[in-house]
Ligand binder design. Sequence first.
Ligand SMILES: CC(C)(COP(=O)(O)OP(=O)(O)OC[C@H]1O[C@@H](n2cnc3c(N)ncnc32)[C@H](O)[C@@H]1OP(=O)(O)O)[C@@H](O)C(=O)NCCC(=O)NCCS
Length: 193
Amino acid sequence: MSRLPTLITSRLIIRPLNINDTYDMFDYAHRDNVGPRAGWLPHQSQAESETVIRNMINQTMTDTNIGIFALEYKDNRKMIGTIGIHRYDKKNLSAEIGYVLHPDYWGMGLMVEAVTRIIAWLFDDMGLYRIECGHFDFNHQSKRVIEKCGFTFEGISRKKIFLQDGSRSDLYHYSILKDEYDNKQLPWQKEKE
Ligand SMILES: CC(C)(COP(=O)(O)OP(=O)(O)OC[C@H]1O[C@@H](n2cnc3c(N)ncnc32)[C@H](O)[C@@H]1OP(=O)(O)O)[C@@H](O)C(=O)NCCC(=O)NCCS
């Protein structure tokens, strides 16, 4: 597989990014309350967003990345966020998920809807055994997404990350294993039953 598939959920089209997403990406990526919570600086221009998208597209199915999906909101066809699958370890069948969403769409459960679909794809179609996720100590919103997706807390890397204001953050680590998914132990699998 050299290209990412398109995955459909009730409110989202989860699809490969393309250069036409530049305007929509800049609309959220220039905001102070988005990138810094995920470890990157706000974008300064649409040209920067375009460069980021080109770099993201180049990270599709490489030795160390599975790729970055765009989240398109069905109602208005706007690209409102991304989910990246990085730190791909082919030998041990693991990878790490990271995500970001436009603030106008926070609090609607959209990221849980998207991440749970990606988890199913990573286990069913990409053959992963272990999916990792993490958040900075202050990021309660991301913590809640991780919990609702059914990740298990594994530990803390103390003061691991330098933040833009010069302070340091602990990094909280979580994972989901294929056995848990196969045994339908995850909260969103139980809700569907
Ligand atoms: C983290 C993020 C993707 C959450 O997505 P989401 O679809 O809004 O998630 P949910 O709707 O499930 O809400 C998660 C929690 O955020 C909080 N929340 C919801 N709406 C909020 C809002 N408008 N403002 C502040 N907090 C809010 C609630 O505590 C909620 O938990 P609850 O369902 O137990 O009440 C989104 O906040 C985001 O993009 N943040 C910036 C980037 C980022 O942090 N990325 C992750 C890096 S690890």
